[in-house]
Design a protein around this ligand. Structure first.
Ligand code: ZN
Length: 282
């Protein structure tokens, strides 16, 4: 589930490795992950990659001649750089960018869903692209100074912090870590935050995302692993002792994810398992 730290480390590693690399050809095999047709993918041939960056949870590969590849990994995609080309049996590939030096940049997707996508855009179209234009301010390197105003709505924090239109970069994994660090209930409403709580939340966003990136700087190397070693303490740790107070971590299960929290420190001892309440979070 790539979120801001996972996408940021991917962008850093690819940027360092790909600047100046010449593209020989590009293709989108199998079911088409490519969501645009003009300019055509063949326009990439013969051009150089000039940089790789990140916007929210999306990757932006910049190409000479004012072209950009916008890549959304969704829940199970990876953008990886290999020394050799994929064999014909590789069914995980959604996009292959073959480089003149023999390397290959590959968008791969694991699991049964095919959701990851790519758009080839002219550079001046990027900011108008819906997934970019609707992004809220970036959660990192500095949480937005107006965080409290951004969250000033009658919606649970767990939902608002994952809403890319409110704040960009946080998803289902890191939201659990952030709320636990700030000792805030996932169900607390954004418009219920007082000054101290808003300050604790901003500090937790910075601490958690910084620590994740420092960890990835130490352990993540190319080609970018299929499974990133996420340094999570709370998320997906239901039943284990809270690292701070020792109480068992509780979980609320949803259709396609799980929310974890410490009842002692975050919900005044309340264990939240009510499915009707659960639905409010979606
Ligand atoms: Zn605890």
């Amino acid at each position: 589930m790539p979120e801001l730290p996972e996408v940021e480390i991917t962008a850093r590693r690819l940027d360092a490795a790909l600047r100046g690399a010449q593209i020989e050809s590009a293709l989108a095999p199998g079911i088409n992950a490519l969501k645009t047709f003009d300019p055509p993918l063949s326009d990439l041939a013969g051009r150089a990659i000039t940089g790789v960056g990140r916007r929210g949870k999306q990757l932006v590969v910049e190409v000479a001649g004012d072209l950009v590849l916008l890549v959304h990994l969704m829940s199970a995609g990876r953008l990886q750089l290999f020394d050799k080309r994929a064999g014909p049996r590789d069914r995980t590939s959604r996009l292959l960018v073959r480089l003149a030096d023999g390397r290959e940049l590959r968008l791969r997707e694991f699991g049964t869903k095919q959701a990851a996508w790519v758009k080839l855009l002219r550079a001046d179209e990027l900011d108008d692209e819906e997934m970019i234009a609707t992004l809220g301010p970036e959660a990192w390197p500095q949480p937005p100074a107006n965080l409290r105003e951004l969250l000033d709505a009658p919606r649970p924090l767990h939902s608002m912090l994952r809403d890319q239109r409110v704040i960009a970069g946080i998803g289902r994994s890191w939201v659990d870590e952030i709320l636990w660090t700030a000792r805030l209930s996932p169900f607390k409403r954004g418009d219920d935050l007082d000054d101290d709580e808003a300050a604790a939340l901003a500090a937790a966003i910075a601490t958690i995302l910084d620590a994740a990136l420092e960890h990835y700087e130490r352990v993540v190397t190319l080609p970018i692993p299929d499974k990133l070693p996420m340094p999570l303490q709370i998320h997906r740790r239901a039943g284990e002792p809270c690292p701070r107070c020792g109480a068992p971590i509780e979980a609320v299960h949803y259709e396609d994810y799980v929310m974890c929290y410490c009842p002692t420190e975050q919900t005044a001892g309340k264990v939240l398992k009510d499915r009707r309440l659960s639905r409010l979070l979606k």
